[in-house]
Every structure is written in C-alpha cells, then in structure tokens.
Design a protein around this ligand. Structure first.
Ligand code: C5P
Length: 218
C-alpha cells in the first residue's frame, strides 16, 4: 500500500473507558487529523453478529467491511454493553482481525488530503496496525475510575446498568483483551504512558500536546 508522505501519525492503545477516545478527538481537532475509533469497527461486527445469529459468517463480515462508511460507526446502537461484549468476542478471532486490517491501514496511511495525518485508537494500534507511528501513547486509568466514567455515560444515555454491573463487564473485557492470542492489549516500551486516573480531560490533553508540539515544531 502506498503511504502518504510527511504526515503526522498518532497511535493510541488503551483499555476500555480510559479516556482514549476523548483525547483522540481533541488531538484530531487540534492538529487536523483524520480520526478512526477502531473499537467501533469491532462493535459494528459484534452488532452484526447479534443481528444475524444464523447468517453471520466471514463472508458477510468481509462484504460489510468493504462497504463500511465512517458514518455507520457513529450509530448510537453501537454504544450498548451487549454490543461491547459481542465486540470483544469477535475481536479474538484472527480472521476477523485480518478483515479489519486493510480498512485501518487505509485510514492510517492514506487519510484524505484535507487532513495533516491520522490518529487511530484501539487495543493493537501500536503493536500491530501503525507500528511506525510518529507518536505512540498508551492511555490508561484505574479500573474503578473507568467503571465510574462508563457508568455515568450509560446513565446519560438512559441505559439501565448498575455500577457493579459496569465494573464486572469492564473487568471481564480487560481480561479477554489482554490475554487473547491475537492482537492483545499491551504496553510497548516505546510508547508514552498517560495515566488519566487523576487528570482532568484538559490536563491530560495539555500533557499530550506538549509532547507532540516538541516533536512537530522542533
Ligand atoms: O474501544 P471499545 O471499547 O469500543 O472496543 C470494543 C472492543 O473491541 C474491545 O473490548 C476489544 O475487544 C475490541 N477491540 C480490539 N482491537 C481494537 C479496538 C477494539 O480488539 N483495535
């Protein structure tokens, strides 16, 4: 694949609800980067599995991914806990991960010309998808804080889940995402750790921006 030259590439890996999406959006906006939330692709496939229990196949997934538009990933139906669980199950499958690979490569290395580059967040972005990214951030926060944030998001969306149900679900997903065979979540030595447990969104972005500005403007 032909890569666009001299673009900014940002790769972020993080466990669920650590604030990576929020930071990715702020970075994308500030540096005019094309943003792909890769978790949404797995959620889209997870949802496809829920909706097509009998017809679900690699062929169906391939066809759908070929026609995938970023708009489809904005659907609120992808934000439920049921879809998140289904996503983390389909994400264990090597064939599914391979189908999604090309789509992610295109977004990372051939972003539309009006953007200065790209930013992808997920679980295997630094380790597999954009290994040569100009910036690599591993964003995390302690489990209770992440559960509290996700619980508040669900509440705002009128989804009825208790805090302890959210906590249990995140713990289970963390375990599966870290221990799976293909594309497991792990921090590489060359990535910068950003722990958002005690940082506000603004403080976190300030930290990231100062790291990025140093490299871009020096
Ligand atoms: O980030 P989000 O919580 O939306 O991701 C849903 C699920 O998709 C994760 O729990 C994970 O199993 C899977 N995922 C993945 N690789 C990525 C992004 C997400 O396996 N790059």
């Amino acid at each position: 694949m032909k890569k666009r030259k001299n673009i900014i590439t940002v790769a972020i890996d993080s466990p669920a609800a650590a604030g990576a999406g929020t930071q990715a959006k702020l970075i994308a906006q500030h540096y005019n980067l094309y943003y792909l939330d890769t978790g949404k692709i797995y959620r889209y496939i997870g949802n496809l599995k829920i909706k097509n229990k009998k017809k679900f196949s690699y062929k169906l997934v391939s066809e759908k991914i070929k026609l995938l538009k970023l708009n489809y990933l904005k659907s609120k139906s992808l934000l439920t806990n049921e879809v998140a669980i289904s996503a983390s199950q389909v994400a264990k499958d090597k064939k599914i991960r391979n189908i999604v690979h090309d789509f992610q490569q295109k977004c990372a290395y051939q972003p539309p010309m009006k953007f200065n580059g790209s930013i992808l967040d997920g679980r295997d972005i630094i380790t597999v998808q954009v290994k040569d990214a100009m910036f690599k951030f591993f964003i995390t926060a302690n489990l209770n804080i992440r559960a509290r944030r996700r619980y508040n998001e669900y509440k705002a969306l009128n989804k009825k889940m208790t805090y302890s149900e959210v906590l249990k679900s995140l713990r289970k997903r963390d375990k599966s995402d870290k221990n799976r065979k293909y594309g497991p979540l792990k921090k590489t030595k060359d990535s910068i750790l950003i722990n958002t447990t005690k940082l506000s969104k603004k403080a976190c972005f300030k930290k990231i921006k100062s790291i990025m500005d140093k490299k871009i403007y020096n």
